[in-house]
Ligand binder design. Structure first.
Ligand code: NDP
Length: 270
């Protein structure tokens, strides 16, 4: 029977993951099936166990199940433990479930692809939700000068900064106390989803700064338009999506797909 993989979410019909993994499988010659499954909101664990009983070997996990996926794992990667969330499940030996989070490494690889240097950079991260928690460890591993986290609910940013303080210089607070300039500003809020812009000061960007929005779409987000008008180079989160998928694929199949052509194909289809 063909090895099966899927992405669990609810809702899930919008997901681009089946397309991405089909392209990876074709490229690497791996015979797998990858589908999107809407898990019941009250029984994610049951959905995973039913899937593994029917040749399911691994899964991606998206909103709203990343924390529940974290809780059901028998073993976890260090970065998943730090993030408190899992976006990649792997069925291991003796039917044990291993959990990892690949969002953060996906972001960092995408930044690398675009020639963005983390070492010595002054980084601002907007937001303090699940996505930001997942990217802090790999960002700090790149040895920036410091990371500032700014969030609408300032206390959440401060608490998050404290959780990662052993990995580098990181501090957190509200938008009102923000003081640039920054070399890299990453928008990890969900404000872009509703076309909103967090209240940011005008003098945010250093010369040659990069603005990155974890969200993506056919048109630049309001944050990216705002940043471009202030001279920053702009990147959206489509590359992060493809890179996190490639890292999951590697966990499952031991092969690293070439992400460039897949990213281009997705971009054209947006
Ligand atoms: P969460 O719901 O966990 O967190 C949302 C964050 O956004 C919180 O910090 C919240 O602030 C803030 N926020 C929401 N609305 C506003 C607003 N109007 N103004 C200012 N701040 C706001 O979401 P996630 O962390 O899971 O996701 C965040 C974004 O990252 C989403 O857009 C998601 O699509 C994207 N993402 C992209 C990925 C990719 O592969 N490209 C992967 C994962 C996520 P507060 O704490 O005050 O409520």
């Amino acid at each position: 029977m063909t090895d099966r993989y899927c992405v669990f979410g609810n809702p899930i019909s919008h997901s681009k993951s089946p397309l991405i993994h089909a392209a990876f499988a074709e490229q690497t010659g791996e015979a797998i099936e990858y589908t999107a499954i809407a898990a019941p909101l009250d029984d994610f664990t049951g959905a995973w166990h039913r899937f593994t009983a029917e040749a399911g070997r691994g899964a991606n996990v998206t909103v709203p199940f990343k924390e529940e996926a974290f809780r059901l794992c028998d073993t976890l990667s260090e970065r998943a433990r730090r993030a408190g969330a899992v976006n990649t499940l792997v069925l291991g030996k003796n039917a044990l479930t291993y959990g990892d989070t690949t969002d953060g490494v996906g972001l960092v690889r995408d930044l690398e692809h675009h020639g963005v240097t983390l070492e010595g950079a002054r980084i601002l991260v907007l937001g303090a939700g699940g996505a930001v928690r997942g990217v802090l460890e790999p960002l700090l591993a790149g040895q920036p000068r410091y990371v500032v986290i700014a969030n609408r609910t300032a206390a959440k940013a401060a608490a998050l900064a404290q959780d990662f303080a052993d990995l580098g210089e990181v501090r957190g607070g509200g938008f009102e106390t923000l003081d640039g300039p920054f070399d890299l500003v990453i928008n990890g809020t969900s404000a872009s989803l509703s076309g909103e812009l967090p209240p940011l000061p005008d003098a945010l960007f250093a010369p040659h700064a990069t603005a990155y929005d974890m969200m993506y779409g056919a048109e630049p987000t309001v944050f990216l338009r705002w940043a471009a008008a202030r001279g920053a180079r702009t990147l959206d989160g489509l590359g992060m999506l493809v890179e996190q998928a490639a890292e999951s694929f590697f966990q499952w199949r031991g092969k690293r797909p070439d992400t460039g052509p897949v990213r281009e194909r997705l971009r054209r289809a947006l």
